[in-house]
Design a protein around this ligand. Structure first.
Ligand code: NAD
Length: 438
């Protein structure tokens, strides 16, 4: 099929490239000219394992194209996906202004009936609003065919996005006619041949809310295990054994039960807020989710406080290596990363920070630039000898490979704050480090 993908960010780019890999002809459009120029030249603007090779392969196969002009691609495509950012506004609502601006643009240029699909995560009822915006713009131009707007939320996870897209556990579509469903079956036919993928067909509003409910339940699990871990550390309980003990219950399962310094990223924080907002607007009190949100904010601060309390009034003389800046391994995305809260709090207390990440240094530098007492480490082993503390905030595998013994400064008391339970605490203690978990 001929597909248009509006928005070439984490979701749009991965989806566009993967649709091309499935044999479709894909035209991606983005308003960010710099990004489109990079992509036209076969350079991938984001870090995502497996993506660069598929990008170049499908461009060479003439199935994948990039442009900044929506008007140029509209006549060429049968289905148009919207994969535009829906960030959090200050009041917690999803900011739909970018999506609505794109809808206006579509209304300005659409000439023939096409299926418009919202892939972005959007509050329930947004499909109706997008449909109304496009229809109104078309009517201004004297066109009055029915615009079809369907929902097909994306469930990929950064760091394994290509794998997730190509092997989905389920594909959810919110449609209003058998014709729309047929188009999706054709679009995803190769993926649906595999027994591991289920197509779940529902109405548009249900599809929109299903996406939020999925993220909200995952965020809740993270919040729950973080709170249990806080209690466990107070009452001398082994959180790893506890996790094993509860995760083996099939009703619970082992996933999303690893305590850490709070969830971050471009999805959980904003989606939890947006869902609370939708509920408030409808006079429904989501008290559990409100607690999840505040518990997560507390958790980020709790992690920072663990370091602050350890050094107390010596903090201004302390050098701390912060390992891991992205909100999770496998991505260069630092949006809402717990590392940012922790670094901000430590800098505010006067500590010297030496930040490192294997992939997201450029994004972090762009966000933080030059600041007093903030230093950047190009190699994680660099200057380790000189550090008073090393805080592991993101569980990149490469941190396991550091030669902790060779880097131990025997003259210095050095503490490793392993906030992801990544390292062998007993071994590190035997090397002379102090070792703390959350
Ligand atoms: N990132 C994830 O892991 C993930 C997973 C599932 C769902 N989602 C959802 O997918 C949506 C997109 O998220 P993302 O992380 O890809 O965002 P992103 O910020 O990485 O990308 C959005 C892109 O849209 C472009 N854009 C904005 N307005 C445009 C317009 N009018 N025309 C063309 N392009 C335009 C931006 O320039 C940007 O490149 C969000 O609603 C998000 O919640 C994200």
């Amino acid at each position: 099929m001929r597909i248009g993908m509006v928005g070439a960010g984490y979701v749009g780019l991965v989806s566009g490239v993967c649709f091309a890999e499935l044999g479709h002809s894909v035209h991606c459009v983005d308003i960010d000219e710099g990004k489109i120029n990079l992509l036209k030249n076969g350079s991938c603007p984001i870090y995502e394992p497996g993506l660069p090779a598929l990008l170049v392969g499908n461009q060479e196969a003439n199935r994948l194209f990039f442009t900044t002009s929506l008007a140029e691609i509209l006549p060429k495509v049968e289905v148009l996906f919207l994969a535009i950012g829906t960030p959090e506004l200050e009041n917690g609502c999803a900011d739909l202004s970018y999506l609505f601006a794109a809808a206006e643009d579509i209304g300005n240029y659409l000439e023939i009936p096409q299926l418009i699909v919202i892939k972005s995560t959007v509050p329930v009822g947004t499909g109706e609003k997008v449909e109304a915006i496009i229809t109104a713009k078309m009517q201004e131009r004297g066109l009055d065919f029915k615009v079809q707007v369907a929902s097909n939320p994306e469930f990929l996870q950064e760091g394994s996005a290509v794998e997730n897209f190509m092997h989905p556990q389920r594909i959810i579509i919110g449609v209003s006619s058998p014709g729309e469903e047929r188009i999706f079956r054709q679009l995803y036919s190769k993926l649906l041949q595999s027994s591991e993928s289920t197509l779940v067909v529902m109405d548009r509003r249900t599809s929109e809310l299903t996406k939020y409910a999925a993220n909200a339940i995952l965020a809740s699990r993270v919040g729950f295990i973080n709170e249990i871990a806080r209690l466990a550390s107070k009452v001398q309980v082994d959180i790893d054994m506890l996790r094993l003990g509860i995760g083996l219950d099939r009703r619970i399962g082992p996933h999303f039960l690893n305590p850490g310094p709070g969830y971050g990223g471009s999805c959980f924080p904003k989606d939890v807020s947006a869902l609370i907002n939708t509920a408030d607007e409808n006079n429904v009190d989501l008290s559990i989710l409100k607690s999840v949100k505040s518990s997560n904010t507390q958790q980020k601060k709790y992690a920072a406080k663990k370091i602050i309390d350890h050094f107390n009034d010596r903090l201004t003389q302390i050098k701390i290596a912060v390992f891991g800046l992205s909100f999770k391994p496998g991505t260069d995305d630092i949006r809402e990363s717990p590392a940012l809260t922790i670094i901000d709090m430590l800098l505010a207390k006067g500590a010297s920070i030496f930040a490192h990440d294997p992939i997201s240094m450029a994004n972090f530098r762009r966000a933080y630039g030059v600041r007093d007492k903030l230093h950047y480490l190009e190699v994680p082993g660099q200057e380790l000898f000189d550090m008073d503390a090393i805080a592991i905030i993101t569980d990149w595998d490469s941190y396991k490979n550091i030669d902790w013994l060779a880097n131990k400064n025997a003259e210095k008391s050095q503490c490793i704050f392993d906030f992801r339970n990544l390292l062998d605490g007993k071994l590190l203690t035997s090397y002379g480090y102090q070792y703390q978990r959350l």
